[in-house]
Design a protein around this ligand. Sequence first.
Ligand SMILES: [Zn+2]
Length: 446
Amino acid sequence: MLHKKILHLSLDDVDTENYGCTTYTLSIIVKELIAIGVSFIDYPHLVRLNPNIPWKTRGNGAVSIIIEYENKDKIFSIANKIVYESYTSATKKSTPALILCEKEHITDDLIHFSEEALYKVLSIKQAKSLIKKHNMLYTTYGGEIGLIGALAALANPLIEHTYELICYRLPKNFGLPRKVDKESVIRMSEKTFPYTFNNYDPFSRRILITPHSNDPVLFGIRGLSPNKLIEAFDMIKIEEDVSHFLIFKTNQGTNAHLNFYFKINEVKPYYSVKIRGYVKTNPIITRGGHVFFILKDDSSEINCAAYEPTKTFRNIVSKLRVGDYIEVGGGVRPPNKKYPLKVLNIEYINILKLAEEYVYENPICPRCKSRTKSLGQNKGFKCEKCKSRFPNLSKEKRIKPRTIAPGLYMPPPSAHRHLTKPLQYYGIDLKINVPFDESIFFRQFS
Ligand SMILES: [Zn+2]
């Protein structure tokens, strides 16, 4: 008799149009594996990778599962068949990758790769050399780029994590308007705060749990524990028949892509970085409503941008002044003709120390205490009221009160990345592991 083995199975990039399809394809695999009696060791993992790589799929998320089963070839073949079916039936051609690894514990070299995939640009060659070294089974369709994400998802230990319950539609409803009651989502959001996040953006009054593309996802609820997500799910009024839901463990909402500090001269295009430095130029607002300023540290300088979609966040950024000491995190764009410096697209700003800002005013008349008038450069001042002249007085320097306070600021939820840590989760321990409950992670409706 064969004994059971720990198997890690991962996939990436099943559809280029949206992230929903990769998780959907996995959910179909999960369903089949449950049917043949596979035991699951943990919630399926949904791993978001460096969001600042422009050529990857929109959400840049890959998925993996950890299971126990005696026959790895059978698992690989079931998964491969489902991936192949998704690949051939998709309207837009993607480059799916599927990896299977038999391992009790993920080794440090693999974990290191998964960490780098969160903020760097990695190569297919790097991924393949690790896949070979560890004797993994793999297959790809249409190209091999998906191996990077699949390997990163397989190896990420998700030390800091949140959860997402994704509810899928019946195939007959794909592409039709989603029938989810908006008011019930707002109510759920209020009742489950802060245990769920980014359900609803009060600034734009937009529902954030439903995607807008034609994918199989009806909605996804994000939060701190699987049980809270099921509670939240039960509060939503769904006005169409649904297929099933699956609960993922994920690095969404953890800022996992912004774990490392960089000197400005070390940052490379498409990296996700955090930097500490001084504001070198007062912010300027462009005609399109974008705000730019230059940040410097002891190595170099970089252009920082808060774009129009970050809405109210731009008001904060525009109040920065030369000399402010700040920390910023975000993605790096390469220099171009218009902006000869690299541009950091800011995802959050932490104002550490405000510089003093001064205004220069004409002196007060020493005789009658009214404000004097300048007679021109170096010509002194004249009091209009008592007609005295003061050739030796100079302008008075006064500290101007600043209109922002030190602290952490970020854009409203509608401008967040999947990985963006919501404001209310700063200072919360996201390492707490909820024991896996096999009875709740997958639910079939019809
Ligand atoms: Zn006077």
